[in-house]
Design a protein around this ligand. Structure first.
Ligand SMILES: *Cc1c(COP(=O)(O)O)cnc(C)c1O
Length: 428
């Protein structure tokens, strides 16, 4: 049988990065539950510490189970390298730690995961990293927010919680004009539905906690270096990448590592010094989840469309925002960027506002009322009373989390059962 040159997505989801364990023959990637690794000799140790050779030193910086996860996600996203970390928020922290100096700015689309809005507004302030908010649905507003201090543009591909699909090619053009990298949080889409690199992203990140792991059991995050941004010739200077590094004998990372320098810098500086490493056990759980990503995402999308169609016809529902529905404002852009489906997280408005939203989440039985997405189980939340509670009214509305908004993350149960549960809860 002749081998295809590039294996298909489902094949990569199962095999990329993994080989049978050389010493035991174990077919599944083992959980390398070790803190450190024995050096061959003193010279070997020196070459590892000098970044002259690749190899394991200490699990805060790398681990063999983690390495398979990194290679798998890099293959699925089409990147040159990846770095897996403890959570999606840790991935965001390390991306900006690699790009920004105190006083630098970045532009972020305001349709974001609520936790990202908090991270950018509050914790990043302590590093003097400054966020300029814009509207992800309006590339003109992103362009208007760019200043000479802008060092990056950050958006989600399918934006949380509103089911917004962002015009990545248009925003990439703005990033290129500004000479800064485009960072895309691809958590809600996963590379099965959308590969941001193909639409101009330079850095892709995920909360692996969600659809990638897919079972609601393990936190993780990943940074994918698309290998597309030319740090050495950029009109903006990124000191972490281009200046001689005092902790590596004056090495210039962009010069030494070329098109995967960003992933290396995030590991050997950010992860080394800030420390949010992923546990080998979580890397193993997420790897197992990724093996069924294509099957799960197809079913998540099929169920979501069925539920959205049901809700759109329901008399107690004011509106449904799911880009999979033909009359949705993001339908045509979803077909262009995510032709296999519009994902499984979307919002709808319940007639009766805040009270009705709170009432609905208290009446569901099959759906779980909790603050997560991307589980096999169907999940429901009323953002205004939970995840987006800390934001002001104006911030909530801007983020697509107004008083009447209910967010669903549709799972893998039978669609008829999910619909029946929502039906009884809406009737109550
Ligand atoms: C959950 C989530 C995050 C944060 O990820 P954690 O793994 O919870 O730290 C970031 N972005 C999006 C879109 C998310 O859904």
């Amino acid at each position: 049988m002749s081998q295809q040159e590039t294996p298909g997505f489902s094949t990569l989801a199962i095999h990329a990065g993994a080989t049978p364990d050389p010493s035991t023959g174990a077919r599944v990637t083992p959980i390398y539950q070790t803190t450190a690794y024995v050096f061959n000799d003193v010279d070997h140790a020196a070459s590892l510490f000098n970044l002259e050779a690749f190899g394991n030193i200490y699990t805060r910086i790398m681990n063999p189970t983690q390495a398979v996860l990194e290679q798998r996600v890099a293959a699925l996203e089409g990147g040159t390298a990846a770095l897996a970390v403890a959570s999606g928020h840790a991935a965001q922290l390390l991306v900006f730690h690699t790009l920004l100096q105190p006083g630098d700015e970045f532009v972020a689309g305001r349709q974001l995961y609520g936790g990202s809005i908090n991270q950018f507004n509050h914790s990043f302030k302590k590093f003097d990293w400054r966020v300029a908010w814009a509207d992800s649905t309006d590339p003109g507003s992103i362009e208007a927010a760019v200043t000479p201090q802008t060092r990056a543009i950050f958006v989600e591909s399918i934006a949380n919680p509103g089911g917004v699909v962002v015009d990545l090619p248009a925003i990439s053009a703005i990033a290129k004009k500004a000479g800064v990298p485009l960072i895309v949080d691809n958590t809600l889409a996963t590379p099965y539905l959308c590969r941001p690199k193909e639409h101009g992203a330079d850095i892709v990140l995920h909360s692996l906690t969600k659809f990638m792991g897919g079972h609601g059991n393990s936190l993780g995050g990943v940074i994918v270096d698309c290998g597309t941004f030319d740090w050495l010739n950029a009109k903006i200077r990124y000191p972490t990448l281009v200046e001689p590094n005092p902790s590596y004998n004056g090495m210039r990372l962009a010069e030494t590592f070329g098109n995967f320098a960003f992933a290396i810098a995030a590991r050997v500086l950010g992860l080394r010094d800030l420390g949010p490493s992923i546990s080998p056990f979580n890397a193993f759980m997420i790897l197992t989840g990724i093996e069924t990503l294509p099957l799960r995402m197809a079913k998540h999308c099929e169920n979501s469309l069925a539920v959205a169609e049901f809700l759109a016809k329901h008399p107690k529902v004011a509106w449904v925002n799911y880009a999979g529905l033909k009359d949705n404002r993001f339908h045509s852009i979803a077909q262009r960027l995510c032709p296999k489906g519009a994902g499984a997280v979307f919002t709808f408005g319940v007639k009766g506002g805040y009270e009705a939203g709170v009432e609905l989440v208290s009446k569901v039985k099959l759906l779980s009322h909790l603050a997560n997405i991307g589980d096999t189980r169907s999940l429901i939340i009323h953002p205004a009373s939970t995840t987006h509670r800390q934001l002001t009214d104006a911030q909530r509305t801007a983020a697509g989390a107004g008083e009447d908004v209910v967010r669903l993350s549709i799972g893998l149960e039978d669609a008829a059962d999910i619909i029946a549960d929502l039906d009884q809860a809406l009737a109550a």
